[in-house]
Design a binder for this molecule. Structure first.
Ligand code: RET
Length: 280
């Protein structure tokens, strides 16, 4: 019998049922789409930096940091996928390759360890807090951001071998997540005070986008058990579903979020009389 240790469910499916051509390719393609979008976003944030007043530019710089790290890690994640599974012509399916690396989503988690604090920090350079202290919110964002990711990272190793350990780490991670949601709501509510109506509207959309996109991550974490424990999604549908979910979440929480923050900063810059190219 083969021993897969703490491998994630993708490997168990790849060992026993194998993957169809369509499932294997859809994952390869969606991972490639993910890093391609990050590269495109990188250019967007560099090229639009001068459309906002200097005090808002740290937000664009942080988006650049996020794009570079996400591009590299998603590129490696895609390589991990294509090297883990090998096509078996006799059975007409892809199976876990003999002597190859196993597949693990850990690259993503370590990417989030950089990106989550950056994304949370970023909004503080666009909005002005009316009651809360910048340093206090920043430190709480970083503390809970890192806590959420590290506990989730440990948990994901147990998704097949020990569902209780998996659930326990997931629950601790969720507590940090709730703390982040409360903080973000506060930041957006305070940030809306006294800014132009158009900017207020976009900030409102940022809150909705934030809620939607960040909730997708725990969904993808739970994916193999969403159709019942080792149930209806413990197969290639769950595998493809997980990578599509992660990709939608990544594009929304990093790229679209950054674009919307640039739009808010642009409205505020115009309101403050900033004219592109005419800097003091
Ligand atoms: C985990 C573990 C299970 C419980 C929860 C999680 C939340 C993850 C989140 C990740 C956000 C990542 C982002 C990355 C952008 O680069 C860790 C899956 C609640 C919310 C925004």
């Amino acid at each position: 019998m083969k021993q897969l240790g703490n491998a994630t469910f993708e490997n168990y499916v790849g060992l026993e049922q194998g993957l169809s051509e369509m499932a294997y390719q859809m994952v390869a393609h969606v991972l490639t789409l993910g890093y391609a979008v990050m590269l495109a976003g990188l250019f967007y944030f560099i090229l639009t930096i001068k459309t906002v007043a200097p005090k808002y530019r740290t937000s664009s710089v942080l988006s650049v940091v996020v794009m570079v790290s996400a591009f590299l890690l998603l590129y490696v994640q895609a390589g991990n996928w294509t090297s883990s599974f090998v096509f078996d012509a006799e059975r007409g399916r892809y199976f876990l390759g003999e002597g190859q690396d196993l597949f693990n989503n850990g690259y993503r988690y370590l990417n989030w360890l950089i990106d989550v604090p950056m994304l949370l920090f970023q909004i503080l350079f666009v909005v002005s807090l009316t009651k809360s202290k910048f340093s206090s919110i920043r430190n709480q964002f970083w503390f809970s951001g890192a806590g959420m990711i590290i506990t989730g990272y440990i948990g994901q190793f147990y998704e097949v071998t020990n569902i209780y350990v998996f659930a326990a780490w997931g629950a601790i991670s969720t507590l940090f997540f709730i703390h982040i949601l409360i903080l973000m709501r506060k930041v957006i509510t305070e940030g809306k005070e006294g800014i132009p109506a158009k900017a207020q509207k976009v900030l409102g959309s940022i809150w909705v986008l934030f809620l939607f996109s960040w909730m997708l991550y725990p969904g993808a974490f739970l994916m193999p058990h969403l159709g019942g424990i080792e149930g209806a999604l413990f197969n290639e549908i769950g595998i493809v579903g997980r990578q599509i979910t992660y990709t939608i979440a990544d594009v929304s929480s990093k790229v679209i979020y950054g674009v919307l923050l640039t739009v808010v900063a642009r409205y505020m810059s115009l309101e403050e009389g900033y004219v592109e190219g005419k800097e003091a």
